[in-house]
Design a protein around this ligand. Sequence first.
Ligand SMILES: Cc1cc2nc3c(=O)[nH]c(=O)nc-3n(C[C@H](O)[C@H](O)[C@H](O)COP(=O)(O)OP(=O)(O)OC[C@H]3O[C@@H](n4cnc5c(N)ncnc54)[C@H](O)[C@@H]3O)c2cc1C
Length: 300
Amino acid sequence: MNDLIIAGSGPAGLSAAVYASNAMLDFVVIEKFPMSGGQILNTYDINNYPGFEQIDGFSLGQNFRKHAEKAGARFVNDEIKSIERTNGGYSVICGKNRYETKTIIYALGAAPRKLGVKGEAELSGRGVSYLATCDGNFFRGRPVAIIGGGDVALEDALYLANICSEVYLIHRRNEFRGAKYLQEKVIKNERIRILYNTQVEEILGENKVESVRLNNGQTLYVDGVFIAVGSQANSSLVEEFCELDRGFIKADESCVTSADGIFAAGDVRTKRLRHICTAVADGANAVYSVEEYLKKINTQ
Ligand SMILES: Cc1cc2nc3c(=O)[nH]c(=O)nc-3n(C[C@H](O)[C@H](O)[C@H](O)COP(=O)(O)OP(=O)(O)OC[C@H]3O[C@@H](n4cnc5c(N)ncnc54)[C@H](O)[C@@H]3O)c2cc1C
């Protein structure tokens, strides 16, 4: 039986892997994609991770992974399908294998939240996208709309302004939520047309996006719609064990959850700021909590 399974290899899981190696725990990291990094793989410009003035997410993810591997971490490429409680801890059931463990650092992160309007699901992948950095190139020289007002929406607008013919940034409030320096860049960018206090009511098109209908009656003719309205925790695999708050696993900085032996790290837990530096901090704290927990159960 393993001391620990680290579920997910985004920034939180990768940081936990370095700390767990240093703590000489017997553990495995399980990641469903062949590549580590999680959401940062979709970020082309990171300038708020200390030590790197500017780095793309792919490179940072690979640096994290190499560091963890050098420290001694073992990675398995498999998808976790379910988790069951056992006598000694938990069984982590994956597509190819099953792993017995005393503890889990649950770091499965988050996925983009859906907007929930008519046409979104039908035209997803046909002009509706949640990842500007992956799909933006398909809309080179064409008009697009971005929906949202946080960091990701602002970053997407700046990225798309470099490649698309027209960029509409649609936000339901009268000011953005995202970082002030991003707001300044967006407001100064003459290629971005900002529509405050505006909501999209429907995304229209026969086989692909053709336009969006706004709540002010206006129709914008665009080829692409990028939705950046926040994230949704990937917490479903532990919802029967852990207390949740609007889908996020309830845990403070210690990463201790309401379920013995399960520790939640990164975007998946309740917290104020979902960023790389807070995710890596969680990875470290979670391992510290795992060590305390193992000491306790080993002396019982
Ligand atoms: C477009 C975009 C831009 C961003 N830009 C920045 C930025 O500039 N600066 C910044 O600080 N933050 C940025 N963020 C936020 C940052 O990416 C997240 O806070 C961070 O990635 C959270 O790390 P995590 O490890 O908690 O989760 P994630 O990064 O979501 O990693 C979760 C991992 O778990 C894996 N996984 C999920 N389900 C399973 C399963 N069932 N089985 C096995 N593995 C699974 C996933 O494949 C993934 O590798 C950005 C986010 C996005 C979406």
